[in-house]
Design a protein around this ligand. Structure first.
Ligand code: 0RA
Length: 636
């Protein structure tokens, strides 16, 4: 399908225009939150608009600059926001675009706009939530400027110098009255979304510059290979099973599809899907169509080549996808985003579109590269045998732990509440900490599961092996969700899972092992935002009769600025805290410090786990040294 390049801006398309007041009153409704996540949405909103211009074929360069002053400038070489006076509103279209909410209709820009989810709310939302915003448009032969404060125009649209080229420059400063927690943009977060956009939109050059450091950082993202480059990037730390990265594409009347994939020696599958450039974490119809077609084609190939005998059952989709890294990207005219986090594609017609398209292309590819295909089937057969072993181990677990009769791990100190949405599970490292945690907890809604020492590294083991590990068994049994193919989020016994480990390097390691288990085998918990990390303090200081807890050395140094004489005592581990201290710092919902584990950035998480838990020891060492205290690598 070609994008509708002739669509032009006209009055009839704007149906309902509303003032920006409600945006400042209830910002969360428009950008999700006023925390760091919502803050970064301001950038996504403006950049998405520029990418929409690019998808419509009018723009091939975007520059994003984080300014020294804390503002952000986004420059594109698209058509420029129209500036002409509007017959209905009697003002410049530029002013309308920036000061009115477009409910109902929208300014048509091309076939695929990034609307839905939290994106696509419109640049006017960015304007409303910025203490200042400057617009500079090159269009109709001149440079046009207008300045706003908190959504209100401070100047008219002013005509400046002549301009031959066209484009839009938006510079904004987030309003600290709205973003009370922080107005500071994080380079890494911007970088990974920008890189992702560059992968997804082959050929667009996106520059990112950070002028805050003394030595500004500048990177350019331009991928001629698109999704193939994306898969290569994702598999950088993995050992490929075959050399060629597979690529399929289709353009039709109803939608566009691009797929790239490559199998590796890994045990986990990394299928990432996107709809109109939005990462559909929760999957949806495009992923379903992809899975179905892939399972069918590989089974058919295996039968044709007699790798599966007549009496053998079909290979399961999970077995076929073991070690697969794939990107499925669709562009849909009117995407419907569903699910808890609005990241599940709901358009039913897309399931059959993707399935049909791949049914036509996959068999051909398998036949053509049959040596690669045989290795893929081989790996799936091995996975199937391992799965059978896993099933047996699981049955054993069930019988041993009495799971079928509702039995729970002996070590679990459960809470009395049977309402999952009220219940919390603390997974606590070490027996010395488990004692105080059990004493400290509010047993009505807080359960404690102690785990001993290091749990198995699931990155390096198949599920069957992992399931033989007592700690893994206990965690799964306590959660109640099952694992792997049987995972069922609706059976979860707790809506909050809190990882409580020491604030040192060993604690960080155990936390990472636990996160790896959750990310690889109980991912639904992470996706639904149910996993938290407690941040127990490293120091206690007394000033007079007052006691302060300080998270880390940075917090201590900060504290010393005001209290130079204090003598802090350092906790060697959770076990050294008395129950009251543990309650105050890590368990009491009123006072504790918890960080939610989020996976906005699924591919980055995937890489982190491959690096951290995989085979490359040198790389792992340097990673751990750089990130020893930073467990927030899964994004804010
Ligand atoms: C409204 C209509 C048209 C383009 C745009 C808005 C537009 C918005 C942004 C935001 C950042 N960069 C942008 N570039 C364009 C269509 C213009 C036409 O039909 O010529």
């Amino acid at each position: 399908m070609s994008t509708n390049g002739s669509s032009s801006y006209d009055a009839g398309q704007i149906t309902v225009l509303k003032d920006l007041e409600p945006v400042r009153k209830r910002p969360g409704m428009y950008i999700g939150s006023t925390g760091p996540r919502g803050l970064h949405h301001l950038i996504w909103e403006v950049v998405d608009n520029a990418v929409d211009e690019a998808m419509a074929g009018f723009c091939d360069r975007i520059e994003i600059t984080i300014l020294e002053s804390g503002g952000v400038r986004v420059v594109d070489n698209g058509r420029g926001i129209p500036v002409a006076r509007h017959s209905e509103t009697k003002e410049s279209a530029l002013t309308t675009v920036l000061t009115k909410l477009h409910a109902g209709g929208k300014f048509e820009q091309g076939a695929y706009t990034v609307s839905g989810g939290l994106h696509g709310v419109g640049v006017s939302v960015v304007n409303a939530l910025s203490s200042r915003l400057d617009a500079e448009i090159r269009r109709d032969g001149a440079v046009w400027t207008q300045t706003f404060e908190r959504g209100f125009a401070q100047t008219k649209v002013e005509k400046g110098k002549p301009a031959k080229k066209t484009g839009t420059t938006i510079t904004f400063w987030p309003d600290e009255q709205i973003f009370k927690e922080t107005v500071e943009f994080e380079y890494d977060i911007v970088q990974s979304r920008i890189r992702e956009l560059a992968f997804l939109n082959r050929g667009i050059e996106i520059r990112l510059r950070d002028e805050r450091p003394e030595e500004p950082i500048e990177e350019t993202f331009l991928y001629k290979g698109g999704l193939v480059d994306f898969v290569r990037f994702l598999n950088e730390k993995k050992e490929p099973l075959h050399a060629r990265i597979v690529e399929f594409g289709d353009v039709s009347e109803e939608a566009e599809l691009e797929v790239a994939m490559q199998w590796t020696m890994a045990y986990s599958e990394s299928v990432l899907s996107f709809a109109n450039n939005i990462n559909t974490h929760e999957g949806g119809t495009h992923e379903e169509g992809f899975r179905k077609a892939l399972t069918k084609a590989v089974n058919q190939f295996a039968r044709d080549k007699n790798l599966l005998k007549e009496k053998d059952p079909n290979l399961s989709g999970d077995d076929i996808r073991e070690g697969l890294t794939a990107i499925v990207s669709v562009k849909v005219r009117e995407p419907q985003f569903e699910g808890q986090t609005k990241t599940k594609l709901g358009n039913t017609e897309i399931r059959s579109y993707v399935e049909r398209t791949l049914n036509a292309k996959l068999p051909e590819w398998l036949e053509r590269y049959s040596a690669d295909a045989r290795r893929i089937v081989d790996k799936a057969l091995t996975a199937a045998r391992a799965r059978e072993a896993a099933r047996k181990a699981r049955d054993l677990t069930r019988r041993k732990s009495g799971l079928e009769s509702g039995g729970l791990p002996d070590k679990l100190a459960d809470c009395s509440s049977r309402e999952p949405h009220l219940s919390e599970l603390f997974i606590v490292e070490g027996n010395s900490a488990a004692g105080p945690a059990k004493q400290a907890r509010n047993s009505e809604f807080q359960a404690v599961l102690p785990i001993r020492g290091k749990i198995i590294n699931v990155e390096k083991a198949r599920l069957a092996k992992a399931l033989q590990n007592n700690e893994v068994q206990d965690i799964i049994t306590a959660m109640g969700t099952g694992i792997g193919e049987e995972f069922d989020i609706t059976k979860t016994r707790y809506h909050k899972i809190v990882l409580l480990a020491d604030a040192d390097v060993d604690g960080a390691h155990i936390r990472t092992l636990l996160l790896t288990l959750l990310f690889r085998h109980l991912r639904g918990l992470v996706e639904n935002g149910m996993v938290y990390i407690a941040e127990p303090p490293l120091y206690r200081v007394k000033v007079g009769s007052k006691v302060y807890y300080l998270k880390d050395d940075a917090a201590l140094n900060e504290f010393r600025k005001d209290h130079p004489k204090v003598k802090p005592s350092r906790f060697k581990g959770l076990g050294e805290m008395n129950p009251n201290e543990l309650w105050e710092t890590s368990m009491n919902p009123e006072t504790r410090s918890l960080v939610r584990v989020e996976m906005e950035d699924a591919f980055r998480s995937d890489q982190v786990f491959s690096t951290l838990m995989g085979d490359d020891v040198a790389e792992r060492k340097s990673f751990i040294q750089q990130n020893a205290d930073d467990v927030r690598f899964l994004d804010i």
